[in-house]
Design a protein around this ligand. Sequence first.
Ligand code: URA
Length: 258
Amino acid sequence: MSNDLAEHLKYFSEIGVSGVSRDPAWRKRTDPASASPAGDAEAASPETLPVETLLGPRVTETAPGGDVKADTVLAELKVEIGPDCTRCKLAGLGRRQVVFGVGNPRARLMFVGEAPGEDEDKQGEPFVGRAGQLLTKIIEAISLSRDQVYIANVIKCRPPGNRNPEPDEVAACEPFLFRQIDAVRPRVIVALGKFATQCLLRTADPITRLRGKEFEYRGATLIPTFHPAYLLRNPPAKREVWEDMKKVRAILQADSRP
Ligand code: URA
């Protein structure tokens, strides 16, 4: 328990949150009624916003206009891809399984990474290794949990030796990601790292130039940020990711207001 707390505080300090206070007035901000005023995302600590504020009003099971439910579409898509997909050469290059995507089919926030790594290939779920554990903390830093967001990758099979996905592999696989995005219809997409950002935005611009900007993408606001694996190698960059996540939080919060 105290280890958990120490790790939590260490993470917040690493990502640039300046501290907590013993002042009872500070604690009071956890009360939804006293949450920070509109647009004051900077003033709110990660724990101060009620989860409902970030999740917003999208609680209905059926999309507007009576569309088929997102969970049905995703389940059908998973079946269509199949457990032994051979649409690209990765099937013959040692991948154990197709890693589809995970989370809330109606999430308002979606994360898109590059490709499964070794842990994901073993467990069949995106972002479960060390980088994934850091991503989980990043999600929790804006008071959400993994099962409230949706997480997927540009390609669904592990490239050998964790090399970058190749253009033919991306071409075969990314239409399924697009269909996942169109099924979930998130308000915000966070593109994790250079590869996912460049793929989605069809650009060769470096991540250092793309990060810090917002893009309109398939009906969502796309926010590029650094990949958690990069953060493991370069911890000071967590501050920039925290800036990006505060932007994400502000968009979700603003969107949930009547
Ligand atoms: N890196 C990614 O881009 N995706 C994963 O699922 C895991 C690590």
